[in-house]
Design a protein around this ligand. Sequence first.
Ligand SMILES: [Zn+2]
Ligand SMILES: [Zn+2]
Length: 108
Amino acid sequence: MPVPPPAVLGYAEESEPAYVQRVADHFTLRPYGKGLLLACGPCPRCAAPLEIPVVLTTVRLMWRAPARTGPLEVPMACNCHEDHDPRPDGVTEGCGAFWLLGVPAELA
Ligand SMILES: [Zn+2]
Ligand SMILES: [Zn+2]
């Protein structure tokens, strides 16, 4: 289980190898309208419950890339609406965490 975050977590653009494992353990993917999947689960950094749309056209393009090996991984970032100050100019959501989410071929 993720460790509970401190009460106030500052904004930081960062990724850690542990995020990928946490997201793989706790996120679920489900169909979400036309051409979209919805990735749902707790942010691996700030633990906010997230719902992040995954665009399937992007996923399919990545599957077709000739150089691709291993499971498909889609980049995504936290989009929570908590207070994580100071955010950079123009950034209105998220804690700065980003990671890769594995997408099984049968969902793509
Ligand atoms: Zn957050
Ligand atoms: Zn977050």
